[in-house]
Write a protein of this length. Structure first.
Length: 208
């Protein structure tokens, strides 16, 4: 089966994104006002950084972010049922006269509980059956066999961004995951824009 992975979620189709040709791996592009972007930085550092125990405007673990200074951008971390946070999406920012261009993509490694989310339900039983056969034929454990089969499945779908046996495998997102990432970013912008300007001033100790 051939899968279509050549998509781009464009939040501002009338804008010509200046660095898109240099970022072919981008799955999401957005254009936001510089004022909003600058508020997001302060908002994350003050309220929603992944390093903080409590967050403003969301339940713990629902929205967790990391501000990156160089290159300028943000990372979205999702906390799983095991209580640990796992990287799910990244965004790089380019400052232009028209506003801030954002280039984002979903990125999930195979140690993340979200790694297996994009295996279609109809395939799970098939993969489990094949894994059981592999344990008998190749002296592999069921987990080892299933891990190999998932890698092969993602490779067929052209979802792997890091595909080396000596490295932890990393996949890009499906369109539904990218749209979920887009929605999370928009909600982050809304919360940053509705937070009082006075309360947005981040503590000196968190500015680095």
């Amino acid at each position: 089966m051939k899968y279509n992975t050549g998509f781009l979620v464009n939040d501002h189709p009338s804008h010509r994104f200046s660095k898109l040709h240099e970022n072919p791996e981008a799955q999401l592009v957005m254009l936001v006002p510089a004022q909003t972007w600058d508020r997001v930085r302060a908002h994350i550092l003050r309220y929603e950084a992944v390093s903080l125990a409590g967050r403003f405007g969301a339940n713990p673990g629902e929205y967790e972010w990391e501000w990156v200074n160089e290159p300028e951008g943000i990372r979205w971390w999702r906390r799983a049922a095991d209580g640990n946070e796992y990287l799910f999406g990244v965004v790089a920012a380019i400052r232009r006269l028209q506003g801030i261009e954002l280039y984002g993509m979903v990125t999930v490694d195979e140690n993340s509980p979200f790694w297996a989310d994009v295996v279609a339900g109809v395939l799970i039983a098939e993969l489990n059956d094949r894994a059981r056969n592999m344990t008998e034929e190749r002296y592999m454990t069921a987990n080892q066999a299933l891990r190999q089969l998932r890698r092969e499945h993602y490779r067929t779908r052209d979802l792997l961004t890091i595909d080396r046996q000596d490295k932890t495998m990393v996949r890009r997102g499906t369109i539904r995951e990218v749209e979920r990432f887009q929605a999370a970013i928009k909600k982050l912008f809304d919360r940053a824009n509705t937070t009082s300007t006075l309360t947005l001033k981040p503590p000196t100790s968190r500015l680095g």
